[in-house]
Design a protein around this ligand. Sequence first.
Ligand code: ATP
Ligand code: MG
Length: 437
Amino acid sequence: MRLSRYFLPTLKETPSEAQIASHRLMLRAGMIRQSSAGIYSWLPLGHRVLMKIQAIVEEEQDAMGAQQILMPTIQPADLWRVSGRYDAYGPEMLRIKDRHDRDMLYGPTNEEQVTEIFHDCVRSYKDLPKMLYHIQWKFRDEVRPRFGIMRGREFLMKDAYSFDLDMTEGRRSYNKFFISYLRTFARLGLKAIPMAADSGPIGGDMSHEFLVLAETGESEVACHRDLLEMDWSDKPIDYEADLQPLVDSFTAKYAATDEKRDAEQEAALGDDLVTARGIEVGHIFHFGTKYSVPFEANVTTSDGGEVAVSMGSYGIGVSRLVGAIIEAFHDDDGIIWPEVVAPFKVGLINLKVGDETCDGACEGIYNDLTEAGVEVLYDDRDIRAGGKFADMDLIGLPWQIIAGPRGLKNGMVELKSRATGEREEISLEAALSRMAE
Ligand code: ATP
Ligand code: MG
């Protein structure tokens, strides 16, 4: 992509309404624009990152055996009357009427919708287990939308649902999601710590939130120091194996969010206790027959009986992750994207647009890299170098190739790593082969 043609409305000034780094940087880097409180448009640079995160989430969901569907954003209120949540949900739910005066709503989540689908389509225990997921915009009329897309009113969520014969089988599904979440967040470059969360009226231990530690996080959390060191993301996972021991190795260590914190256990940990703030990026929850009973989502059993299926739901805040990643990876100059979610891998800076040598060399680099499948953003604008450096640091592409007349005389360019700030002078060919690796 040529920057001269790219829609990248960067801002020099720090927007005064933005209180945290990720919000400031997303606005400054031209990733998003606010439409109304807590509702944003995603501009090209932001959209690319969002889609890369979505693709990784999809890969990991597919890998664990969940199947992708797409349910609507607008749901009939009658669905929610079945579960009793139409009245229970409160003012966070956006209620709408259609032209026939029917009550509709913009879905804040999809348990009711997916349970109805299951009820209509599945009859037998032989069809279990099933895991379905979708990635869809949600609306929650948050009291205090803030921090940009971190706590929006409209936001993109991956929500998955599991259907099992009983609680024992349900735990197997739960464990798959537990492990796949650890992998998903690790692939995104994040250390998300699973923490015991409030499991609601049915109780039990099958509710975990995944939190990324950050000073600007909204939750106050506490955990065992060891959890910060646990790193296993490269281990291959056999999802058909018994995952309980692996899950236990995490859950055996104390980790809890606000409402689940336990003063006694924390005191016993002594120096091993870490208290911090965290950003909730995921939440998994087994809720048994809460929805299958009212929806009569039953299956026949092998002995000729019938049971309501045991269900769980599993959310990932896809749009919130963009902010969480920026909170984890930035400096005073801007964003520092992990390569896997970077909007482009390389930023190519032409220091002297109009100079034949520079233009020729840059066109060559741009074409070669593009042909090699490397995503390049080529700054071909005729502006002063300082502005180019500042913009490139701001938008945080992992690599910068800086091409100027002096170096090019000897066939050399500068290669800069955004993360380390290191610059090295290397030959054009070396730069190309390093980036195409
Ligand atoms: P929170 O406690 O942050 O309000 P929640 O517990 O209400 O979130 P869930 O219903 O568990 O949210 O939703 C699953 C995931 O969706 C959350 O873990 C979070 O990452 C994301 N999410 C929830 N609400 C928002 C929001 N208002 N803006 C952006 N992402 C959100
Ligand atoms: Mg939650």
